[in-house]
Design a protein. Structure first.
Length: 429
């Protein structure tokens, strides 16, 4: 069975070179917009990807009235609004604030928290991390020091199933079978009640280390410190904060994100390339009684209390164009924004990806033999590309794509779906 494309970057090694930058973090937010080729861009942080049905309607209205009409899901379970008109920043901020989506204007860019989207819904994991999510978000907003975190720093809350541990987060909390919590960096056990405070303490230890080393690191791995040294700094901080802890090995086991379908007391769907139309968003809010949970795999989990009507609701979402089939090839296709949204892009990679996928459906004999994820990039920067085994398709100057996987590479001088599919078939193991 195909699995969703990994969307976050894990640390490449236990020690990296310290970051050397001449500017601060320019990561966009809901208040600081980014000027893109298709208009201004706002990134709305949704800790844990969770938003109420009412908040979802507000975001949908903002996209329709101020932006390009679509909502763009990110690999951190957040939402981007694109194509925003000049001068709409105040109106957007007021709408988000009224909906409770801006609990702290000074901290809105640092509220980067991913969380197990099925927590408490399928009975698989030992703990429900929702209390951690609420407490950590509140602690972040209340911490003066945390406001200095970059917009790229990431927290992950794992309910024990292991779905968050491979997303390359800076700070990880994971429920343990005995009811405690495992914290990384530090590799220690803390009590469940202390877990949110411990996660914040780990982030503040990073800020102290960055200052003492004179680096403008945005992520923990950019400090360039050995893992043992980073762990010591975190443990010292926990001790200073009066948070009890004990060394504990990383819990075993890993898990992918939720597959499309009916999962426990929820519906799970995938959004192709993370772009969801106003009509599709409206369908999601219509079938979701109270909330939506956006996933780091550009999917949506909709809790439902109507088990009898779950299959019908899922079919309704499928009819709206959302992916409900766990065998869909869309689960392993990703792409940057490409043209026309990015000035650096050399191609409309999303349109090319869709055309190539459609060509596969029309001629199944040309399906690549393997199931490696495919990632389409508009330029050599390859924004958002995953690590791990995958096939890179990078737009080439003059047209076509450069394909590479492992040590194999070839160039397709045209964007014709038939030519690209033939090259993929040859390069995919």
């Amino acid at each position: 069975m195909l699995t969703a494309m990994p969307t976050a970057t894990p640390p490449p090694s236990s020690q990296a070179a310290p970051a050397a930058r001449e500017r601060g973090d320019a990561c966009p937010g809901a208040l600081r917009l980014h000027a893109a080729d298709d208009g201004a861009l706002a990134r709305v942080r949704l800790p844990g990807g969770v938003l109420t049905a009412g908040q979802a309607r507000v975001l949908g209205a903002a996209a329709a009235q101020l932006g390009d009409g679509d909502l763009h899901l990110t690999s951190r379970g957040n939402v981007q609004l694109r194509g925003l008109a000049d001068g709409c920043g105040t109106e957007l901020a007021e709408a988000l604030d009224a909906a409770g989506l801006l609990p702290s204007r000074s901290h809105e860019r640092v509220r980067n928290i991913v969380a197990s989207p099925l927590s408490g819904l399928d009975g698989v994991a030992p703990g429900d991390i929702r209390p951690w999510l609420t407490a950590l978000d509140a602690a972040l907003c209340a911490s003066e020091a945390a406001a200095e975190l970059s917009g790229r720093f990431l927290f992950a809350l794992d309910d024990g199933r292991g779905d968050m541990t491979g997303l390359g987060a800076d700070v990880i909390l994971r429920t343990l079978p005995d009811g405690g919590a495992w914290l990384a960096p530090g590799a220690v056990r803390v009590t469940a009640g202390d877990a949110p405070r411990a996660a914040l303490a780990a982030a503040e230890a990073f800020l102290d280390a960055a200052r003492s080393h004179g680096t403008r690191a945005w992520r923990i791995r950019e400090l360039g410190l050995p893992e043992a040294e980073t762990a010591r700094l975190v443990r010292d901080r926990l001790t200073a904060e009066g948070i009890g802890h004990a060394a504990h090995p990383e819990p075993p086991g890993t898990s992918d994100g939720p597959a499309p379908g009916v999962v426990g007391d929820a519906l799970s769907v995938h959004v192709p390339l993370g772009r969801i139309s106003a009509a599709q968003w409206a369908e999601l809010t219509a079938v979701g009684a109270t909330e939506l949970r956006l996933t780091p795999w550009r999917g949506v989990v909709v809790p439902t209390a109507d088990a009898a009507g779950a299959a019908g609701a899922l079919a309704r979402l499928g009819a709206a164009g959302l992916v409900t089939d766990p065998a869909s090839p869309w689960l392993r296709v990703g792409a940057c924004i490409g043209r026309p949204g990015c000035a650096k892009a050399l191609a409309d990679v999303r349109a090319d990806a869709a055309r190539t996928l459609e060509h596969t459906r029309e001629q199944p004999s040309r399906q690549p033999r393997g199931t490696l994820p495919l990632y389409w990039s508009g330029c050599e920067r390859r924004c958002g590309h995953p690590r791990g085994d995958h096939v890179d398709l990078v737009a080439a100057p003059g047209g076509g794509y450069r394909l590479s996987s492992g040590g194999d590479a070839r160039t397709v001088p045209t964007a014709d779906p038939s030519a690209i599919r033939a090259a993929l078939t040859a390069i995919t193991p």
